[in-house]
Design a protein around this ligand. Structure first.
Ligand code: PLP
Length: 318
């Protein structure tokens, strides 16, 4: 589809609004992306300007002052930071081990499949048995590997900045709701608060989605190979790989070694984020502090030749 950047569209001959009339309410690229994303996760999708915006909008629209979120320990550190920001509006959060049941007395359960960067998988069955609504941040799994709405989740969230858009050139988030009425409530909240995605990144997302399945399968295949070789390398203490997706984390001896390794690669770019066509690696201690081991490196596998990636890593680990 052609990219339409309009913010307004003319009313019809009778002076009535057509499908699109003002872009805060909706625009063609966003609506098309939402249709595709809804199919992929099996629900009703809503686009947001970033994964963090999707997190904020979902939490604010579902919760009230006095409510508490049970957040998977070891999930994307920024999600906890965002919830911390919401504390002054009376929304609290507690962390729990997502491989077991969520705690009682919370109004929202927030899982991550698999968690970034610890790569644990949630117990979806135990969470679905909890009375509170369940959100699964499925950014790392993608709908290619997991459809949480079919496993009892109420909402799926993605940082579409990562695998869904896939080329490190679009910042976006998405929430997919199982219940169409819940999606309507989120849409009304989004329109009123103005937390809306622009047309340009939505169009890039549409283009990225055309190759999602191909990319994720290739990234998974290469990551499995690299994870296996990392596990056999004497300089590597621990490898975390869930058996699917393109994301690996592994530990070297200490912060100094991690810094040397991350700055010694030639093909793998020393940069943050994950899920793009280019492989990136970084030490996470710089961002996350003592919640991660000092020697933890997070490696997002792209579309390069896996043997060339391994050769690059091997020389950096020497
Ligand atoms: N969820 C996960 C699992 C992430 O890795 C990230 C970003 O790194 C986010 C959410 C936040 O997404 P964004 O950077 O698009 O705001």
């Amino acid at each position: 589809m052609a990219l339409d950047r309009s913010t307004i569209w003319p009313y019809d001959e009778d002076g009535e609004p057509r499908q699109f009339y003002y872009s805060r309410y909706g625009h063609p690229a966003g609506a098309e992306a939402e249709a595709r994303l809804g199919e992929l996760d099996g629900g009703t999708a809503l686009l947001y300007p970033s994964g963090s915006a999707a997190t904020t909008a979902l939490a604010l629209s579902l919760l009230e002052p006095g409510d508490t979120i049970a957040l998977a320990a070891g999930a994307y550190f920024g999600t906890g930071v965002t919830f911390g920001v919401l504390e002054k509006w009376g929304i609290a959060y507690v962390e729990f081990d997502q491989t077991g049941p969520p705690p009682d007395g919370v109004q929202l359960v927030w899982l991550e499949a698999p968690s970034n960067p610890f790569l644990t998988m949630p117990d979806l069955e135990a969470a679905a048995a909890h009375p509170a609504p369940v959100v699964v941040d499925s950014t790392v799994a993608t709908p290619v590997h997991l459809r949480p709405l079919e496993r009892g989740a109420d909402f799926v969230l993605h940082s579409a900045t990562k695998y869904l858009a896939g080329h490190d050139d679009a910042l976006l988030g998405v929430v997919v709701a199982r219940d169409p009425a819940a999606a309507d409530a989120l849409r009304a909240f989004r329109t009123r608060t103005g937390i809306v995605a622009a047309a340009d990144p939505a169009w890039l997302l549409l283009r990225g989605l055309k190759t999602l399945e191909l990319r994720v399968h290739r990234q998974t295949h290469s990551a499995a190979l690299v994870a296996e070789r990392l596990a056999a390398h004497p300089a590597v203490l621990t490898v975390r790989y869930p058996g699917f997706s393109g994301l690996i984390s592994f530990d070297v001896a200490d912060a100094e070694t991690a810094r040397r390794v991350e700055t010694s690669t030639r093909l793998i770019v020393n940069a943050t984020s994950l899920g793009g066509v280019t492989s990136v690696m970084e030490s996470r201690h710089r961002w996350e502090g003592d919640r991660v081991p000092t020697g933890l490196l997070r490696l997002s596998i792209g579309l390069e030749d896996p043997d060339a990636l391994w050769a690059d890593l091997a020389q950096a680990l020497e």
